[in-house]
Structures are given as structure tokens and as C-alpha cells.
Design a protein around this ligand. Sequence first.
Ligand SMILES: Nc1nc2c(ncn2[C@@H]2O[C@H](COP(=O)(O)OP(=O)(O)OP(=O)(O)O)[C@@H](O)[C@H]2O)c(=O)[nH]1
Ligand SMILES: C[C@H](OP(=O)(O)O)C(=O)O
Length: 225
Amino acid sequence: MEVIVPFSTDRPKSRLSGVLSRDERNRFAREMLDDVLDAVVAAGGEPRVLATDAVDADLPCPVTVDDRPLTDAVNAALDARLGESEPVADRVAVVMADLALATPEALRELFAAGREADVAIAPGRGGGTNAFVAGHPEFETDYHGASYLDHRRIADEVGASVEVVDSHRLATDIDEPTDLAELLIHAEADGDGNDGGGGGKAPRWLRDAGFALDTTDGRVGIERE
Ligand SMILES: Nc1nc2c(ncn2[C@@H]2O[C@H](COP(=O)(O)OP(=O)(O)OP(=O)(O)O)[C@@H](O)[C@H]2O)c(=O)[nH]1
Ligand SMILES: C[C@H](OP(=O)(O)O)C(=O)O
């Protein structure tokens, strides 16, 4: 299955500006993108990055550059893949580049749901749409705001069946500083036995940048050396 991975090269992760500098946010966003691409490939998907601008450094997959806003760029990519008329031979997935907790297992579950329904959606915490698979030619996106609800409504309007993928891993997009704690927690639980924490490149980058879990007052937060 082709998997479109939207990626903003232009001031990514602004909601992390309280804890990361602009350069650091660029770096961290790239590490998360690498982790998502690895998971997609391991799940049997064929990723294609949909970037706002050329991506520096090598990527293990093709890149389409489209500087239109997210919704327009993704809809253009869906049109190119799903065409105008039924039957739709292929399905296409869209998986956000900030799903640093995504595992191949979680993505396989999404892809499988997308083979059963016209549209399979993995909602994000807070009402976003972190990933979906579409096989209906009239389904289109409307990102931002409570886009999960908007995408349910759009699917209803075009008569597309919907399956909801209830996945902690896919629901956790890394937007806010509290999400960094979530990433460190699960990386540590995954463990690689070397430095007390495992996970992919993004949590490793965070630890190298001096971040650690802070549980001193009985609540979980992050601290930086
Ligand atoms: N191609 C493309 N991808 C985008 C665009 N805006 C966001 N993305 C990607 O879409 C996913 C979700 O992005 P958001 O978390 O909403 O936005 P963000 O810019 O990464 O972060 P904030 O600045 O904190 O909102 C991430 O993978 C982004 O890289 C866009 O305009 N075009
Ligand atoms: C793109 C947007 O992401 P969020 O702002 O919810 O992270 C959405 O999922 O609609």
C-alpha cells in the first residue's frame, strides 16, 4: 500500500517552541520522520513523503514537494492515487510524520482496517486525524480543528463505510511538551538495554539533547540537563 507521509519543513512543531529552539525542532521533526518511515516500511507500506519544500539529507523513499496548505496538498495526492471513479483498485494511506510512537504492528492494524472499510481512521488525541486509509474516490480531507469529526462527516456524506482504529500508538502525535514525556516513557519501556532507554531515533535524540523524565513531585513531566 502506498503511504503518504505529510511533512512540513517550514517551522515544524511550533508548539514545542517553549522547550526546543527552532534548529532543534527542525532536527527533532526529522528524527520523528525517520522513525515513522522505518515503521511504515517494516509494516509493508511504501512511503512517499509529501513535503512543503525539498528535504535536506537522504530519505529512503520518494518525495513529492507541494507547498500548498496541508489539506490541499493531501487532497491532490489522494486524487492522483484514487482517481475519479469506482472501482478503486488501490488504497492509499496517509500517516503523519509526528507519530513517533508508531510501531509496525499498529500500522499493520491500520492497513488491515483499511482493507475492510472504505475509510479507516486513527484519530489523534485532541480530535485530529493522525492516520487514515482511503479507498473511496470521493473521500477528501479537511485538516485542522476537530478533523476527526470532519472526516467522519465527509465519509458519511460520500457514502463511505468507516472503521475507527483505536490505537494508543497512533493516537499519540507529538505536539506539546507533555507528549515528549509520553515518548520517553514508551521508549524506556521498549528498552534496548544500552542506556536505560530504547525506542527509535526521536527519543534517542531527545535523551542526547539532555531530556529525561521528571517524576520528582509525583507527576510525570520532563526535565532538561
Ligand atoms: N505537506 C505538508 N505537511 C504538513 C503541513 N502542515 C503540517 N504538516 C505535517 O502534518 C503533520 C501534522 O502537523 P501538525 O502537528 O498539525 O503541525 P506542525 O507544523 O508539525 O506543528 P505545529 O507548528 O506545532 O502545529 C506533521 O507530519 C507535519 O509535518 C503542510 O502544510 N504541508
Ligand atoms: C493536522 C492536524 O493535526 P493536529 O493539529 O491535530 O496535530 C489534524 O490532525 O487535523
